[in-house]
Design a protein around this ligand. Structure first.
Ligand code: KIV
Length: 252
């Protein structure tokens, strides 16, 4: 909230292990998200749905060991918080107690989720909201841009306001029209963090595997800053050739 008041853009990046946590932290991210995108980018699933809480906590602990400065938030995986408020408290509690997280992120802004956010915040668990394209609702919403047409836009604005009132400390806006993201960002006191939501959010988040060009399934709104996949492929192929040709010498 303070960053927003100061007009300072928030930089958020995902991390999935110690190494990625160290790099994004040392590079200056303000917020490190142990995102459930790791299900696809790192674990090779076709969606985020199969990921378990135990898997997330395992990755979260590794990230936590690497991040010394930024705020670390963990995505609660599909069906580890939607069933009941009690389930959400138990899952979020494990994220804080067992993985040292400083907050959790939940997808959705429907009334039951608003109540869940309110209860978590009331017992001292910081919550980041996430609306727009919510990959855990893949089979209902698909992967298309959300907030198309007046009714969808009005619903997203209502959800954003309700999440702020419930006590969320920030709100991820994924794959919504830039103008809608601008309007929501202006309306809220809490910061919006956009991904595929135009330049006028209070901060931006990228999936780090996309930023590094490591992922083989980038969404259309991802931005690749360096092609590490290509570099790693080239270096690895060179090592293979050196060994096979009898040229490999670790000292050369
Ligand atoms: O899981 C994730 O990486 C996310 C980002 C898209 C914000 O939720």
């Amino acid at each position: 909230m303070q960053y927003k008041l100061q007009g300072r853009a928030i930089v958020a990046l995902t991390a999935w292990d110690y190494m990625s946590g160290v790099i994004v932290d040392q590079a200056g991210a303000d917020l490190v998200l142990v995102g459930d995108s790791l299900a696809m980018a790192v674990l090779g699933h076709d969606s985020t749905l199969p990921l378990t809480l135990d898997e997330m906590l395992h990755h979260g602990r590794a990230v936590r060991r690497g991040v010394k400065r930024a705020l670390v938030v963990l995505d609660l995986p599909f069906l580890t918080y939607q069933e009941s408020v009690g389930q959400a408290i138990a899952s979020a509690g494990r994220a804080l107690k067992e993985a040292g997280m400083q907050g959790v992120k939940l997808e959705g802004g429907h009334p039951e989720m608003i109540e869940t956010v309110r209860r978590l915040v009331n017992i001292g668990i910081p919550v980041m909201g996430h609306i727009g394209l919510t990959p855990q609702s893949l089979h209902q919403l698909g992967l298309r841009q959300q907030g198309q047409g007046e009714a969808e836009q009005a619903a997203l604005i209502d959800q954003a306001v309700a999440l702020e009132r419930a006590g969320a400390f920030a709100l991820v806006l994924e794959h919504v029209p830039a103008e809608l993201a601008r309007q929501i960002s202006q309306k809220l006191m809490i910061p919006t963090i956009g991904i595929g939501a135009g330049p006028d959010c209070d901060g931006q988040v990228l999936v780090t595997a996309d930023l590094w060009g490591l992922s083989d399934r980038q969404p259309p709104f991802a931005k690749v800053y360096v092609n590490l996949r290509q570099a790693a492929l080239g270096a690895t192929a060179e090592f293979c050739e050196d060994v096979r040709a009898g040229r490999f010498d670790p000292k050369a």
